[in-house]
Design a protein around this ligand. Structure first.
Ligand code: UDP
Length: 322
């Protein structure tokens, strides 16, 4: 049995589906603060927080072989407003989980980390051995949690894989689950709101960055490619391999303007675009070098930006009845 914390959320639910489709049994733990119970269509479901002492019961009840740990807050903007909340939820609550794992001899963890641990990279594409200098509390909370895992692994009888996601995007091709945030802050869902007329326009957060068109560059990776990497990471640990850290991205950077243009093409819709101020905490450019996970785990992203947007558009049309 695999314990999937945050399995009712965006990336967690897609991975939970992929695990079950691959024949693995799961129990999802989610407090539904950012998750949706209707996204847990596979496996068992427990409604609780990873910080609660009651989750001991899950370890007593199920024979847990590994934990996939998605639970956490993920908004850079919110983390700037509420840094303590991010440290408590993302870092301190993970320590609670680790303690229970130790107690019940669960020795494998796959951790949802982020490109935000790098801050403003010194070199692009980014390799895993670059300095970690997060520039916002969200990135910092993930950085110190990675350090806690490193120390835990040094003690022995515990191994982890930390996956540093770049920009997760796109949705389940069957449209059974998808991306739903409240409030929505991510670029592609907001663009699609503009494309369908739910919003009047999309605002670009700054066009005075030192990039070819002045807008920030990101590396968008399909959520199913992320799910696939989690399964490979689990199998890697199951084979007895040591702890490791991997970037997860397509390796290709797209500017905000390029994402907007591609969305117009994929949806066939035109909509207005504003230039707004920069958003605090946004690095100029984040693009992954994912060759390490390709070499060591045989993982390869399968979906390009058009497919990502197309799958997100199908989900968007479904949930909005378009
Ligand atoms: N962005 C934007 N307008 C929006 C939302 C996002 O220009 O309404 C930009 C944001 O500044 C960043 C990129 O789009 O450069 C991706 O932002 P998102 O919030 O999707 O992900 P992040 O990179 O913050 O994880």
């Amino acid at each position: 049995m695999i314990l999937v914390t945050g399995g009712a959320g965006y990336i967690g639910s897609h991975t939970n589906k992929a695990l079950n489709k691959s024949g693995y049994d799961t129990v999802v733990l989610d407090n539904l603060v950012n998750g949706y119970e209707e996204f847990v269509k596979w496996g068992e479901f427990v409604n609780n927080s990873i910080g609660s002492s009651d989750i001991r019961e899950i370890f007593e009840q199920y024979d847990i072989d590994a934990v996939m740990h998605f639970a956490g807050f993920t908004s850079v903007a919110e983390s700037i407003q509420q840094p303590q909340m991010y440290l408590k939820n993302n870092y301190k609550n993970t320590l609670n989980l680790l303690q229970l794992m130790r107690e019940f001899d669960v020795d494998k963890l796959i951790f949802s980390s982020t490109a935000a641990v790098y801050g403003n990279p010194t070199k692009v594409p980014i390799t895993e051995n670059q300095d970690l200098k997060p520039i916002n509390p969200y990135g910092h909370s993930k950085f110190i949690t990675e350090k806690a895992l490193e120390r835990e692994a040094e003690k022995g009888d515990f191994n982890y894989v930390s996956l540093r996601y770049f920009n997760a995007a796109g949705c389940d091709f069957d449209c059974e689950i998808g991306e739903l945030h409240n409030p929505e802050t991510h670029l592609i869902p907001l663009i699609l709101d503009a494309a369908s007329g739910i919003r009047d326009n999309i605002s670009i957060y700054g066009d005075d960055y030192d990039t070819p068109d002045g807008t920030c560059i990101r590396d968008y990776i399909h959520v199913n490619d992320l799910a696939d990497a989690h399964i490979k990471a689990y199998e890697y640990l199951k084979e007895g391999n040591d702890s490791d850290v991997f970037n997860l991205g397509n390796g290709q950077g797209y500017s905000v303007k390029e994402v907007i243009d591609t969305s117009k093409k994929v949806t066939g819709k035109d909509f207005s675009v504003n230039i707004g101020n920069r958003r605090e905490g946004d690095p100029e450019i984040l693009v992954a070098d994912s060759s390490k996970i390709k070499d060591k785990l045989g993982w390869k992203p399968k979906h390009d930006l058009e497919t990502i947007i197309d799958s997100a558009w199908n989900w968007h049309k479904k949930i909005n009845g378009i």
